[in-house]
Design a protein around this ligand. Sequence first.
Ligand SMILES: NC(=O)c1ccc[n+]([C@@H]2O[C@H](COP(=O)([O-])OP(=O)(O)OC[C@H]3O[C@@H](n4cnc5c(N)ncnc54)[C@H](O)[C@@H]3O)[C@@H](O)[C@H]2O)c1
Length: 324
Amino acid sequence: MNITILGGGGFLGRKIAERLAASGKLGGRAVASLVLFDLAPPAPLEAAFPVHCIGGDIAALPAEAVPEGTDVVFHLAAVVSAAAEADYDLGRRVNLRGIDAVVDICRALARPPRVVFTSSVASFSGGQSAHLADDARQLPANSYGAQKAAAELILSDASRRGFLDAVNLRLPTIAIRPGAPNKAASSFISSMLREPLLGLATTLPVDEDFRVWIASPAHAVAWLLHSAEIDTASLGADRSITPPGLSASVGAMLDAMEQVRPGTRALVTAAPDPVVADIVGSWPASFAAARAPGLGYIRHGGLVALVEEFIARDLQATRALRNL
Ligand SMILES: NC(=O)c1ccc[n+]([C@@H]2O[C@H](COP(=O)([O-])OP(=O)(O)OC[C@H]3O[C@@H](n4cnc5c(N)ncnc54)[C@H](O)[C@@H]3O)[C@@H](O)[C@H]2O)c1
């Protein structure tokens, strides 16, 4: 299989690439080549197949990023939530013009590739009291969410036309994110666990009973890889899937951390931030996600497993990255 990851230098893009390099396969089929595309050329990756690392702008996607014969495109390149809200022009260019570029490059190919697109919980609103059905209406409360919802429609229509074969995966907030805090409004959801697990103090911008819809990086990667394999004929016109994430309160997440690493909860102090609470507070806290398990998407584990996953897979690398 010939695979391209757009946004291949980012958090989830890199994790997908590492999984492909480790297994050499996607589903039952061997990987023949991999392109990693990002603003700057992604770091080289050791694999049993050729890996091409290319730098450039998604809105002016070069043909070499999605060459003839590409079977699967993971499209993850994006300006994330708070950054897209702070800079409307940048968010619109990358998150919308980038989609146009993906459609155009795919329709130039002889065979339409599978496109796995990372949409987001942020394409919905409803807030803390929401428990949304799979076919709930997308009423985004910020520009990032609007751009994701629009991208879903454009990719679904391009699928109907036979230009490509899209699966739009509406990812929950992914936690625990390794590395350092970023510009996503949801960054605190990872920081409040990651920083104490590193032995560092951190602040909490929302109340402890604030609920979030989350998933671990390993679940996100498993769902993304699965999206490359499913039979899209069974999706009909509805190309968008809400995977079965986890609805949890911030307090329950801190409790799980304390259970795994006693003493860490004391490193978290309250520091209300109305801007963050406004953005993240508009996202639904829970989804029914009734369709995905029937399509083979694995269900999420509990909070203790989520904390343990970070310790086992990402804590050491994060320490090294931040010289801790
Ligand atoms: N991580 C989450 O919690 C989460 C939740 C829901 C949806 N998503 C979506 O999943 C995808 C991956 O998320 P992530 O956490 O890995 O984000 P990330 O920011 O780590 O990765 C996104 C990548 O896109 C690249 N990019 C930005 N502008 C670009 C441009 N003009 N041209 C080329 N590349 C560009 C960035 O350099 C970055 O490496 C994104 O589309 C994001 O919106 C993420």
